[in-house]
Design a protein around this ligand. Structure first.
Ligand code: CTP
Length: 405
């Protein structure tokens, strides 16, 4: 399941002004039904009271190596054993330096040294402190030890300076955590995904479009990134925020999408076209608003290029091409026809009439058809559906002997 539900997260909070943001992160984790235990350093307590973290997490906050309450005896060993992952956020230059030296001088440092689970550092500090060669060396050492790093954001810092050093957005840290629980079977693969509808303008205020929300394509992009792929997401107009850690290109018309896709296609090993591209566009876009008349209006439409078909005709050797088919009847027949006509490896057939499938819902129920046969998937979240699509892509890549270049 692509969620942190049920995951045991040990959050180490250290002494930065960004500690207040970590309190928000705890709220988000608890909302997602993760189990959060917080360890604070002494200086973190100067910024946020431990009571805030215990109230938000619903668990006691650990602060002292030498607390003598019986349940806290050997806390450093027990805490690291009981976590699925340790997240240090915000991680100060001081904590990063201590851990790069392997110092075990407080509870958080001993928990991390004793841990055999993944550790993720989210640094937050003044930009000069971040850029200092000492900090950069320390970061390299932490990465060399196998710890994970979420790079700090750029922007205006609490001290007024502008530069790298802000605590990253929760979405970025969350993606890093989720990736720890996914296979890394798309590492080294460049993947191009299209999402959303296109808009074909009629006049300055009107356009032709469709009900696609982009959710399926965005789910494909996030899950591919978690599995290690280098992702380019080309999307039509949707209200979803850019998923982190990938190139996101926003386009409007089918023609824009065609240009972008064709300019990137030869550089990638896998293309998944989940966009609902408009088949037709108005023959001309009026410069001025079309006025109503007493008669009806006849629109002249012309065909857009079928981008997927063009990709199928021009694909490079070894490239995997995945299409979608939005169908209201004869799903298997139409899917197979499009698979063959567009020269695809795999097609994902959507039922657009179902209430829990297709447009603008969180779930999907699809049929996967490749050249060997078909599989009807159960009703799943869009991220779980996306992961099943990637399982099929990975197996096609293996059969093909891996890399296309
Ligand atoms: N597609 C495309 N360019 C178009 C139209 C569709 O690349 N101009 C792609 C979609 O991204 C999808 C696949 O083709 O991956 C199938 O789209 P769909 O709308 O189901 O089928 P069409 O080929 O347009 O056929 P029809 O609308 O007649 O069912």
């Amino acid at each position: 399941m692509s969620s942190l539900q049920g995951k045991r997260i040990l959050l180490g909070v250290t002494g930065s002004i960004a500690a207040y943001k970590a309190a928000e992160w705890v709220r988000s984790l608890v909302k997602e039904e993760a189990m959060v235990t917080v360890v604070m350093t002494r200086s973190a307590e100067r910024f946020v009271a431990p009571l805030t973290f215990s109230a938000l997490s619903g668990n006691p906050v650990y602060r002292d190596m030498f607390a003598d309450e019986s349940e806290r005896v050997m806390a450093h060993i027990n805490l690291s054993r009981e976590a699925d992952v340790i997240l240090v956020a915000p991680a100060t230059a001081q904590t990063i330096a201590r851990l790069s030296m392997g110092l075990a001088d407080d509870l958080l440092a001993t928990v991390i040294l004793a841990a055999r689970v993944p550790v993720v550092f989210c640094p937050a500090m003044n930009s000069n402190m971040w850029a200092h060669p000492a900090t950069q060396e320390n970061i390299k050492r932490l990465q060399h030890f196998g710890y994970h790093l979420v790079h700090p954001d750029s922007g205006t810092l609490a001290c007024g300076d502008v530069g790298d050093g802000r605590l990253p957005e929760w979405d970025v840290a969350r993606e890093t955590l989720l990736a720890l629980f996914e296979p890394d079977d798309l590492i080294g693969k460049k993947v191009l995904i299209t999402a959303g509808p296109t808009r074909e303008p009629l006049d300055p205020v009107r356009f032709l479009s469709n009900r696609s929300s982009g959710k399926m394509g965005f789910a494909l992009a996030r899950t591919a990134r978690r599995r290690g792929a280098e992702v380019t997401l080309i999307t039509g107009p949707v209200s979803l925020p850019d998923p982190p850690c990938m190139e996101v290109i926003r386009v409007t018309t089918a023609e824009d999408m065609e240009k972008m896709v064709m300019s990137r296609a030869s550089a990638v090993q896998v293309i998944v076209k989940s966009a609902a591209v408009a088949d037709f566009k108005p023959a001309a876009c009026q410069v001025h608003k079309i006025k109503k008349t007493s008669q009806g209006l006849h629109l002249a439409l012309e065909k857009n290029t079928d981008i997927l078909k063009k990709l199928g005709e021009n694909r490079k050797h070894g490239q995997i091409l995945v299409g979608f088919a939005a169908e209201s009847r004869d799903h298997a027949g139409e899917g197979l026809r499009k698979l063959q006509e567009k020269n695809l490896d795999l097609i994902v057939v959507n039922d657009i009439l179902g209430t829990q499938t297709g447009f603008d819902v969180e779930t999907n129920q699809v049929t996967l058809i490749d050249r060997k046969g078909s599989a009807v998937l159960p009703l799943l979240t869009k991220e779980d559906t996306a992961n099943r699509i990637w399982d099929s892509v990975v197996s096609l890549l293996h059969k093909r002997g891996g890399d296309a270049g």
